[in-house]
Design a protein around this ligand. Structure first.
Ligand SMILES: Cc1ncc(C[n+]2csc(CCOP(=O)(O)OP(=O)(O)O)c2C)c(N)n1
Length: 457
């Protein structure tokens, strides 16, 4: 198997042979002034009202999937609803939907140990999601948000990085933290906001963060992490570190000004940053075709002069290879790279959402079953003789047990004291915050029934 460096060189050569631009088509491939549709589907006709055309979209999504597969033959494909017959940027894949390496697939090899850890962490993330989701439904935590359907982007990207690389996440990437060794107890403590939570209960659930794991705390306003990542990357470069910054966003995040400021800033400052966009088709209820009219996100990177690649985000080996190579480019060449990972948000946006109100259940089921990234990777690992049914049942029951225990511990633990709401920002509390604390204490005293009884005053 080719080393990743030779793959990079190869990718550069490919730039001059666009017809073969299939593996790591990272480079200054042309920016198509395209009015073409999203990576997933063709745009419905302009007259169609939102949500009316769901059936149409659904079929289109299937068609588009087939078209993606056609690219395995290493060719661009042409969208037939495109006025100008313009070409779409190809999608790099390694495994087909059955976990079989595809013809001509070229990828960075991984060891048995790496593959088994990747698969185990994907299953752990899946299990965390199903249990935590239920815990929220039972009213034991206030909020939750799953990464279902996006396990490969989470785990395979994390696996391709070094622990020195600094992560600036959006919110649907807890798998990166899991990969880095954040314990199940630490996840649960954050969700319950108890005294063991590193954030001292100040953040909503799923806003994980850990200094030790080089993982910036999730911040609710989307895309704010993108320009911050460029600053972090630039500082790594100035310090001569052999590391890069890696930041994640969703397709919705690309509509924020911060996305554009971040990309431009990264390009002109030659910052070693990897932008990983999880293009999962939806930003809450907004489908991608209402988000942008470009050929997805990959062309936006190219427009800013950033080497960019589109990859099948449900293909763990493709994600691993793309991120591994992007890291080498970012660090050795001191330049940014953008990766658009095509995937699908199988779960609701969050526990505050019901996605069946705006998308067909069949569509969700299709991605959950037919294009499931965990099953696909499992088939490949099994085919290599690295995994058995026995391993599977042992892993699933062990993770379940550990999570149940962790939940019991977290639920019983004390909540942080009210004073923690005000400390840790300033050395000495400024007078306005002193006043706010005094007022809050008076109100709690006056209306104890409106405040949680388990928060020590
Ligand atoms: C600046 C900002 N605007 C709006 C919101 C409300 N909001 C929260 S998540 C979200 C959708 C983001 O979608 P996307 O970036 O595609 O990520 P996904 O949830 O699909 O992973 C929106 C609009 C927000 N948190 N911050």
């Amino acid at each position: 198997m080719a080393s990743s460096w030779s793959l990079i060189k190869r990718s550069r050569t490919l730039i001059h042979h666009k017809k073969k631009l299939a593996f790591l088509g990272i480079g200054s491939a042309p920016t198509f002034s395209s009015s073409s549709s999203s990576p997933f589907m063709k745009r419905p006709c302009a007259a169609s009202a939102p949500y009316i055309n769901n059936h149409f979209r659904f079929l289109r999504r299937f068609e588009s999937t087939k078209a993606e597969a056609a690219q395995l033959e290493l060719q661009h494909y042409v969208t037939d609803d495109d006025d100008n017959n313009q070409k779409r940027v190809p999608c790099y894949r390694v495994l087909d939907d059955n976990g079989m390496p595809m013809k001509y697939s070229n990828y960075v090899q991984i060891s048995k140990e790496m593959a088994v850890k990747m698969y185990s962490d994907m299953v752990t993330l899946q299990t965390m999601d199903s249990i935590f989701y239920e815990v929220q439904r039972q009213g034991r935590i206030s909020f939750y948000l799953t990464s279902m359907g996006e396990e490969a982007v989470n785990i395979a990207s994390a696996a391709a990085l070094s622990f020195d690389d600094v992560i600036l996440p959006q919110y649907r990437e807890p798998g990166v933290l899991l990969w880095r060794g954040f314990t199940l107890q630490q996840f649960v403590d954050q969700l319950f906001g108890n005294t063991s939570d590193l954030g001292k209960g100040r953040q909503m659930p799923i806003h994980y963060g850990s200094n030790k794991h080089n993982y910036f705390t999730v911040s609710s306003p989307i895309a704010t992490q993108l320009p911050q990542a460029v600053g972090a990357a630039y500082s790594l470069k100035i310090d001569g570190k052999s590391a890069c910054a890696v930041t994640y966003c969703g397709d919705g995040g690309t509509s924020e000004g911060d996305f554009h400021a971040g990309l431009n800033f990264a390009a002109v400052m030659d910052a070693p940053v990897i932008f990983i966009c999880r293009n999962n088709g939806w930003a809450i209820s907004t489908p991608v075709e209402e988000q942008f009219r470009s050929d997805g996100v990959v062309v936006k990177g190219q427009a800013y002069g950033i080497w960019s690649i589109r990859v099948d985000g449900n293909d763990a080996l493709a994600v691993y290879s793309a991120v591994h190579t992007a890291r080498e480019i970012a660090i050795k060449e001191k330049r940014p790279v953008l990766i658009e990972a095509l995937t699908y948000r199988v779960g609701h946006h969050s526990t505050s959402d019901d996605s069946t109100k705006y998308r067909p259940i069949d569509e969700i089921e299709y991605w959950k079953m037919e294009r499931n990234p965990v099953n696909r990777f499992k088939r490949w690992v099994e085919r290599n003789g690295w995994w058995s049914d026995h391993n599977e049942s042992e892993l699933r029951s062990s993770v379940r047990k550990q999570l149940m225990q962790a939940i019991q511990v977290a639920e019983k633990a004390q909540k942080p004291p009210l004073s923690d709401l005000f400390n840790d920002v300033y050395d000495r509390l400024p007078s306005n915050l002193e006043e706010q604390e005094r007022i809050l204490r008076e109100i709690v005293k006056k209306h104890p029934e409106d405040y949680p009884s388990d928060v020590p005053l």
